[in-house]
Design a binder for this molecule. Sequence first.
Ligand SMILES: *Cc1c(COP(=O)(O)O)cnc(C)c1O
Length: 374
Amino acid sequence: MAVTQRDRAWVEVNREALHRNLEVLRARLPENCRLMPVLKANAYGHGAAVTAKALAQMGVTSFCVACAAEGVDLRQQGISGEILILGYTPASQFPLLHRYRLTQTVVDTSHAVQLSQFGRKLRVQVSIDTGMHRLGVGSGQLEQLFRIFQLPNLEITGIFTHLCAEDLDSQEARTFTFRQAEEFYTVVNALKGWGFFPKAHLLSSYGILNYPELAGDYARIGIALYGVLSTQQDAAKSPVHLQPVLSLKARIASVREVPSGEHVGYGLQFAANRTAKIATLTIGYADGLPRALSCGVGSVLIHGRKAPIAGCICMDQTMIDVTDIPDVHPGDIAVLIGASGSQRITAYDWASQAHTITNEILSRLGPRLERILV
Ligand SMILES: *Cc1c(COP(=O)(O)O)cnc(C)c1O
């Protein structure tokens, strides 16, 4: 019999929520600006293949990933259309770019020269550094840019920049963002003057929400497409209503009575102060459940009721206190992120409990989890 991870721990990807978010975000942008979903880090934990296939069915034809291996993986799953690698790819992997028709980001001038020296035509987009100082050709380095556009073996389909303060609403951040956009469009216009007309894009999730008027030919949409923003505070201010796409579930392996005074788990961190009923879940920190949620910081939902995490989260298993919940049995489903009855636990809850942002929480959901479209 085939092993299905639905017997252990799994992610459910809600197609309808994904479609809704796609439509809501598209509606904020001008007609000619297309969405380019970002599927890096296994589609922010949602499962790159499952998510890409669902989006392709919804008419999406361009995607972004972080590295060549992620692009190859999507091609091997049958995804066609444009796949833009947003990060660096070393020369040793240029053959993969060619074989799998991946579009590589030019991260600086020397990278452009290397890409051209590969000798066979490669599709690229040129990153422009307008102030993040991570990757890209400096927006003031027009001569270098001109040289890149003269290189013999590059098929340059686009140029883009990344806004690094588009999520903040201070006056300083707004001024900075407008300056980034201005520098970017100055580059776009210089290229036009030289007779080059690559596609141009700069917005990602927060840009679509906060600066839709800056839209170019594409918007690279990551976290918001998945129906969450980085923090609950941001979500409260969001101009659009997004629906979380992901639920995370696991099975109960075993239920036991623990006498008052006995401990649960590693390190004697939890002691029962009454006769407790403890259930053991088939999911642990190796699956992406942050260990910071140990010892009652986090809870899970069983039969629509909250059960606190008891003791330290283990690598592959987690104990929960179900003393006050009747009829809990092995095989029952625990909801770690998502709804059960009238209760809901969100990625925002995890993010605040683990002192991080939802992007990190979701992207760290591990490879053992099966991804299921529902
Ligand atoms: C990750 C990434 C995005 C997507 O960002 P979100 O905030 O998740 O929408 C867009 N562009 C680049 C260059 C990225 O690295």
